[in-house]
Write a protein that binds this ligand. Structure first.
Ligand code: FAD
Length: 439
C-alpha cells in the first residue's frame, strides 16, 4: 500500500492537500485545527528551500497569531514604512510611516526570510495535535497527476489513486491540477517581466558609508525602500529580514533573452552580476553597489506570470487555494498573505463538519467561494494591473465582477494608506464567522 493511501482510512473527516508551499501548509494547519485529518502530498523533497524574503501584512499575521506562529523565533522584522526614490538621483518621491499598523489593523506587519516562514508553518502543521485537532501526515516526493473533483480522488504520478472528503489544490502558479478543476482559460501567460532576487548581509551594506546613509537602522525605519527607473522600466524593491541582518533585493525588469528558462518556476536560475548591472545602468552608483554584495546564494532570476481570474475556487469536493487559484505579480507583496487568509476561512467553514455529508460540504464550500472570490480576485487584479492600477483600461470593470467595496483611487501606489486599507485591513476569521452565522 502506498503511504498516500493512509488518507482513506478511519472515521475522521479527511483532506488531501496537494502542495506544501505557503498555501498548502496554511490550509493544512487550518484544517487540522478544524478537526480534520490531513495528508499532504508534496512533489519536491525540500532539499533546496527557497531563499529571499517575504512580507506578511496584518490580514495574514492576524491568522498566524491565532495559530501561535512565533514571529520572533522566525526572526521577523516589522515592516512599518515605505519609501520611493528616483533611481538616478535618489530624490525621494514617496515616504509613509505606519508604525501604528498593529494597533490600527489588529496585527503587525512582518518581513521574514522565506525559509523561516515556511519552516514555522511546517512546524505548526506537524506539531502534536491538541484535543479536537486532526492528525497531519506530510509526504515528500509524491506528485499528484490529476484530480477527480466530484469524487475527491487524486491520481498520483505512478497511477495510484487516493480519496478524501476534501481535496485542497495548492500546487502553485504552474498548477497542473487546475486543468482537472476548471473549464476556464487556465494557461499562465508570461508578463514580459522578470525579477532578479538576492540577499545581502547588512554588515556589508553598513560597512559602506554611502549605503549606510541610505540603510542605517539608527535613522531608518524597517520597510520597503524602492527605486524606480523609467528608461529601462525597472523597479527595485529592498527590505530587511532575518532580524535585520539581511537585505532582500527584488528588481522587476523587462525579461532579457535567455532569462528564466521554461514555464516552470525558475527560482533557482542564476544570473551574472554584470547582467544585473547592465539593467541598472541608469541607477545612481550607491544602490548599484548592492549588486556586488550578493551573498553565497548569488543572484537568481525568475519570470513573472499572470492568468485570468477564476469564477469559482470550488468544484465538487475540491477547493483551489494560493497561486494555483490566483497567479499574480508581486506588486503589492500580497499573494502569500491572501492564501493564509483563505486558510482561515477554510478553518471556520470546515470546523465540526462531517466531510462525508455531501450536502453540508456543498453548502460550506459555496460559502468559501462567496467569501474568497472578492478578496482573492481583488488582490490578484490589483497586483496584475501594476502601479497604474485603475488607469489600466478594463481593470475596474473586471474588479467589479467580483468585488463591490471601496477601491483605492487611480495613481495610488502599492502599500500607501489606501491600498493598505483595501488589501490588508481584513479579519478573515470574523468575516467567515459572520457569514456562517447568517447562512
Ligand atoms: C518575487 C516575488 C515576491 C513576492 N513577495 C511576496 C510578499 O512579500 N508577500 C506575499 O504575501 N506574497 C509574495 N509573493 C507571492 C507568494 O510568494 C506566493 O503567493 C506564495 O509563495 C504562493 O504559495 P503557494 O503555496 O500557492 O505556491 P508554491 O509556493 O508554488 O507551492 C506549491 C507547492 O506545490 C508543489 N507541487 C506542485 N505541483 C505538485 C504536484 N503535482 N504534486 C505535488 N506537489 C506539487 C510544489 O513543489 C510546491 O512546493 C511574492 C511572489 C514573488 C514571485
Amino acid at each position: 500500500m502506498s503511504p498516500a493511501l493512509r488518507a482513506t482510512a478511519g472515521p475522521q473527516s479527511r483532506a488531501i492537500v496537494v502542495g506544501a508551499g505557503i498555501a498548502g501548509l496554511s490550509a493544512t494547519v487550518a484544517l487540522r485545527r478544524a478537526g480534520w485529518d490531513v495528508s499532504v502530498l508534496e512533489r519536491s523533497r525540500f532539499k533546496n528551500e527557497i531563499g529571499a524574503a517575504i512580507t506578511v501584512p496584518p490580514n495574514a499575521t492576524m491568522v498566524l497569531d491565532r495559530w501561535g506562529f512565533d514571529a520572533e523565533k522566525a526572526q521577523g522584522v516589522p515592516n512599518i514604512a515605505t519609501s520611493g526614490y528616483e533611481a538616478a538621483t535618489l530624490e525621494c518621491f514617496l515616504y509613509e510611516e505606519f508604525t501604528d499598523i498593529a494597533e490600527a489593523m489588529g496585527a503587525a506587519s512582518w518581513s521574514f526570510h522565506r525559509v523561516d516562514l515556511h519552516r514555522g508553518l511546517r512546524a505548526l502543521a506537524e506539531a502534536a495535535p491538541r484535543p479536537g485537532e486532526g492528525e497531519v501526515d506530510i509526504q515528500l516526493g509524491i506528485e499528484a497527476a490529476a484530480v477527480n473533483c466530484e469524487e475527491g480522488i487524486v491520481t498520483l504520478r505512478d497511477g495510484e489513486q487516493v480519496q478524501a472528503d476534501l481535496v485542497v489544490i495548492a500546487d502553485g502558479a504552474h498548477s497542473r491540477l487546475i486543468e482537472s478543476f476548471t473549464p476556464n482559460p487556465t494557461t499562465v501567460v508570461h508578463t514580459g517581466r522578470s525579477i532578479y532576487r538576492w540577499l545581502v548581509s547588512m554588515d556589508d551594506v553598513l560597512a559602506d558609508p554611502a549605503l549606510r546613509a541610505l540603510y542605517d537602522p539608527a535613522t531608518t525605519l524597517p520597510g520597503f525602500k524602492r527605486y524606480r527607473e523609467p528608461v529601462n522600466d525597472v523597479l527595485w524593491v529592498t527590505y530587511t529580514c532575518r532580524g535585520e541582518r539581511m537585505l532582500n533585493n527584488a528588481v522587476v525588469h523587462p525579461t532579457q533573452p535567455g532569462e528564466g528558462g521554461g514555464d516552470e518556476d525558475q527560482w533557482h536560475s542564476a544570473v551574472a552580476p554584470e547582467q544585473v548591472l547592465a539593467m541598472l545602468e541608469h541607477f545612481h552608483e550607491t544602490p548599484r553597489k548592492i549588486v556586488g554584495l550578493a551573498n553565497e546564494d548569488g543572484i537568481k532570476v525568475h519570470r513573472l506570470f499572470k492568468r485570468p481570474a477564476l469564477d469559482s475556487f470550488v468544484r465538487g469536493r475540491a477547493v483551489v487555494v494560493g497561486d494555483a487559484a490566483h497567479v499574480m505579480l508581486p506588486t503589492h507583496a500580497a499573494g502569500g498573505a491572501i492564501a493564509i487568509e483563505s486558510a482561515a476561512a477554510l478553518e471556520v467553514l470546515m470546523r465540526g463538519v462531517d466531510g462525508r455529508d455531501g450536502e453540508v460540504m456543498k453548502r460550506r464550500l459555496a460559502l468559501f467561494d462567496r467569501l474568497r472570490l472578492p478578496r482573492c480576485n481583488l488582490t490578484m487584479l490589483a497586483s496584475n494591473a501594476g502601479p497604474p492600477w485603475l488607469a489600466v483600461p478594463g481593470v475596474e470593470e473586471e474588479v467589479r465582477k467580483y468585488y463591490d467595496g471601496p477601491l483605492p483611487p487611480a495613481g495610488c501606489l502599492p502599500w500607501t494608506s489606501e491600498f493598505r486599507e483595501a488589501l490588508f485591513h481584513h479579519d478573515a476569521y470574523r468575516v467567515a464567522e459572520e457569514m456562517l452565522a447568517r447562512d
